[in-house]
Design a binder for this molecule. Structure first.
Ligand code: FES
Ligand code: FES
Length: 170
């Protein structure tokens, strides 16, 4: 087993939104802070007990709360944050649907909520309302009352199934 000295830093490599990053971190450093320091400040911190989901990103195909992972645990992983969703300035259908259905107010939960929604719709392309609510139950929002978020996810699901992003429909 490899032991670390106090304050010793470890080199890690992450692929974030398709680009490689190399950085040195203390083993106790949380992934959420490292992502924010790398410039991905859409990843938010809303609590210190792993319940709010504002820090949600997709890591190696799974939605994870990045406040609950050490950065060293993420070594060599592929991470997608909200900043990596739009392609060539065109919003991802989930982003478009959040806008169209007024699914955000202060916007603080939104990056995590959108990443969770993207992951949910990959896992279950045709969710019921109950499955949507269950699927985002790890993501808290203090502004919207959730209803418009559910509507946005339904809309995005339909358009993803039809493979017709909103921006191609106008
Ligand atoms: S910051 Fe609240 S769950 Fe990660
Ligand atoms: S939009 Fe403000 S917390 Fe969700």
């Amino acid at each position: 087993m490899k032991l670390f000295e106090k304050d010793q830093k470890v080199k890690i490599t992450l692929k974030v939104n398709g680009k490689p990053y190399e950085t040195e971190v203390e083993p106790r450093r949380l992934l959420v802070h490292v992502l924010r320091e790398l410039g991905f400040t859409g990843v938010h911190v809303g609590c210190d007990t792993s319940n709010c989901g504002a820090c949600t990103v997709i890591m190696d195909g799974k939605s994870v709360k990045s406040c609950t992972l050490l950065a060293v645990e993420a070594n060599n992983s592929e991470i997608t944050t909200v900043e990596g969703l739009a392609q060539d300035g065109n919003l991802h259908p989930v982003q478009e649907a959040f806008w169209e259905k007024h699914a955000l107010q202060c916007g603080y939960c939104t990056p995590g909520m959108i990443m969770q929604s993207v992951w949910l719709l990959k896992e279950n392309p045709n969710p019921t309302e109950e499955e949507i609510r269950e699927g985002i139950s790890g993501n808290l929002c203090r502004c919207t009352g959730y209803q418009n978020i559910v509507e946005a996810i339904k809309t995005a699901a339909e358009r993803l199934r039809l493979n017709q992003p909103l921006y191609q429909r106008r």
